[in-house]
Design a protein around this ligand. Structure first.
Ligand code: PDD
Length: 284
């Protein structure tokens, strides 16, 4: 069945959605994106995603193409038109179309695209019971990973390397320390303390990360925001990742080494439950 997508002010069937070959998103990866999850037809953490979108755009000298309420209306209209119960909304804003030149063009009109991905049972993913197998790869991305740009080729290569190794995903390592997963933030648990890398230019400032750390602190769990080594991760009691599409997902092995008991741990499992419960309550 054809989806209805949003392109520059119009709702159109996906087959009719068109963007210029001169679009700078296509030519220079000159654009940013957000992925927001939908549970029971409602948006999870919409405001966090809208704020990060604005931050990413600002870092690239672009303005928000519309206000928060207009953006929310489009998200909701796409959920409605596509009958999404559980799924994802992908949003992309590029600098727009202009003759090819490295310098930013003056006065280009941004391209705004949104589409839905239906994911029935998103919150009941069997992988949450099984846990993810992770491999490590060097982090060869650029230095502004805090900006959520559409240049995702290295993460794609990482996912393919994981697949070839019979694993689910890859964690990226720089100077012996884990930065993050290819499309998620990385955590370990040692002696009851949750450890995740501090914010900086080296990682994406995950919206799920912010919520999960808030919930963990509210539940009196110990949290340390600092870099951890790959070796520490292999010797941790537990490991997990967070993202809008996986929520909290346990990790059970790293480079073939079992983490803890080699099954999803109690902290990750509890945080997943809390996150899903609280996020559903706050969904809009
Ligand atoms: N990825 N780190 C990276 C590199 C990411 O691509 C993502 C999200 C995250 C988690 O951020 P958040 O909690 O805001 O989803 C961390 C999305 C889901 C994606 O590219 O599909």
């Amino acid at each position: 069945m054809s989806r209805t997508v949003y392109v520059n002010g119009e709702y159109v069937p996906e087959e009719e959605a068109k963007v210029s070959v001169f679009d700078r998103g296509f030519l220079f990866a000159d654009g940013v994106y957000e992925v927001t999850s939908v549970l029971d037809g409602k948006l999870i953490d919409f405001d966090g995603h809208a704020k990060r979108l604005e931050r990413s755009l600002n870092e690239l000298d672009m303005d928000m193409p519309m206000g928060r309420d207009a953006l929310l209306d489009i998200h909701r209209e796409l959920v409605r038109r596509n009958g999404i119960g559980d799924g994802l909304i992908y949003l992309q804003v590029t600098r727009g179309a202009a003759d090819r030149d490295f310098a930013y063009p003056e006065g280009a009109t941004p391209t705004v695209v949104l589409f839905t991905q239906a994911k029935p049972g998103l919150a009941d993913a069997p992988l949450a019971k099984e846990g993810m197998k992770i491999i490590s790869i060097p982090d060869l991305r650029w230095g502004r990973r805090d900006i959520k740009t559409v240049q995702l080729l290295y993460p794609s290569m990482g996912k393919m390397a994981a697949k070839a190794a019979g694993a689910h995903d890859a964690w990226m390592v720089e100077d012996d320390h884990v930065t993050e997963g290819t499309s998620n933030n990385a955590y370990i648990v040692k002696d009851g303390t949750i450890v995740t890398r501090h914010l900086g230019n080296e990682i994406l400032h995950g919206i799920t990360r912010a919520a999960v750390l808030r919930f963990a602190r509210e539940a009196q769990m110990q949290v340390e925001e600092r870099a951890f080594t790959l070796e520490e991760a292999k010797q941790a009691d537990e490991a997990f990742v967070t993202s809008a599409s996986t929520f909290v997902m346990p990790v059970v092995s790293i480079d073939g080494v079992a983490v803890g008991e080699g099954v999803p741990g109690p902290v990750a499992t509890r945080l997943r439950d809390i996150y899903l419960e609280e996020s559903r309550k706050a969904a809009i």
